[in-house]
Ligand binder design. Structure first.
Ligand SMILES: [Mg+2]
Length: 321
């Protein structure tokens, strides 16, 4: 069984402490904690909680959007190992006042997101609680999976889509305003890149793959750590979501865009970039390279390279939303 090494940061220190006291080895378990999914036989499994006032505010989203977003975020972890979705299990925690249309509508959005991505509802649980929360188990089939741990020195680093839109929406709301429509859509109805991941896996030797849930710099730190390599991000190449009004900082550390980041040997993507972009209407951008060493660095347009303390989005420290 394989356990992937996580990057630094308080949320990951907590996970490491928990895992010290847990047995994670079993004959059927191929990959345990530490990657985007656990792999049990052919199955890929992941769990993702979406909690009111931590991941969303009710004032920002409609009930179906709350459900959609929770399931889309969970399914994104299937995309992150190139797994084909099978289904989801959804637990919903409802404050007593919500035991009617509100929670039902949130579940409707959850089911819509599952079905839009080829997943069915497999089960769940409902319970009363102080605030609205959805906890989603995503189940997929990964044959073969792509892990975080296969990046090699010399690889190119690529991302799908444009980054920072979801963070731009949150910033606008936190400043008391309303986000641009494109930013709001990125936050409220994220599209997990499931089909894109499967398409890429069929045509490319993907060495390492992750979804961008914590922000580009934080997420590539996981690839660097799991693959025992150093990743250089070319700051001028990062595809900023201009339509959503995102800034560079939001693009590299905002998180929750649920785009994909992968590494592959040089020259491979150039041959299929146009076909990918035409098929999905999603950009494919080279953002950096893999070297020997450890950690993450940014290369400025003037060529200077500076190490990043890659911390991404850490729920335990950041006071948002
Ligand atoms: Mg992930």
């Amino acid at each position: 069984m394989e356990m992937s090494r996580l990057a630094g940061g308080p949320e990951f220190d907590f996970i490491r402490a928990v895992l010290q006291n847990a047995s994670t080895s079993h004959p059927l378990v191929r990959v345990g904690p530490g990657d985007d999914c656990a792999l049990v036989g052919e199955l890929a499994l992941s769990i993702d909680a979406s909690v009111e006032n931590t991941h969303f505010r009710r004032a920002w989203l409609s009930p179906p959007e709350i459900g959609w977003r929770a399931v889309a975020a969970a399914l994104s972890d299937l995309a992150a190992v190139a797994a084909e979705p099978v289904g989801v299990l959804v637990s919903i925690v409802m404050p007593p006042g919500d035991r009617a249309a509100y929670a039902e509508n949130a579940m409707q959005g959850a089911i819509e997101a599952a079905e839009a991505n080829g997943a069915v509802l497999l089960g769940g649980d409902t319970t009363a609680g102080l605030m609205l929360a959805l906890d989603v188990v995503a189940v997929g089939r990964a044959v073969p999976p792509v892990l975080r741990s296969g990046a090699k020195a010399g690889d190119e680093v690529w991302v799908t889509g444009r980054l920072g839109g979801a963070a731009a929406a949150v910033s606008a709301w936190l400043a008391g305003g309303n986000p641009a429509a494109a930013a709001r859509a990125r936050y409220a109805r994220p599209q997990p890149r499931i089909r894109e991941a499967l398409w890429l896996r069929e045509r490319l030797a993907l060495n390492a793959l992750i979804d961008l849930s914590d922000g580009l710099l934080g997420d590539v730190a996981h690839i660097a750590s799991a693959s025992d390599c150093r990743i250089i991000i070319d700051s001028a190449s990062v595809p900023i979501d201009a339509e959503a009004g995102a800034t560079y900082t939001q693009a590299v550390s905002g998180g929750e865009d649920y785009e994909l980041c992968f590494t592959t040997s040089p020259g491979q993507v150039d041959q299929m970039k146009a076909a990918f972009e035409q098929t999905f209407n999603v950009a494919l951008t080279r953002v950096g390279s893999v070297e020997q060493g450890s950690g993450v660095a940014q290369r400025a347009p003037d060529g200077s390279v500076s190490a990043v303390e890659a911390r991404g989005y850490q729920h335990f420290q950041d006071k948002r939303p």
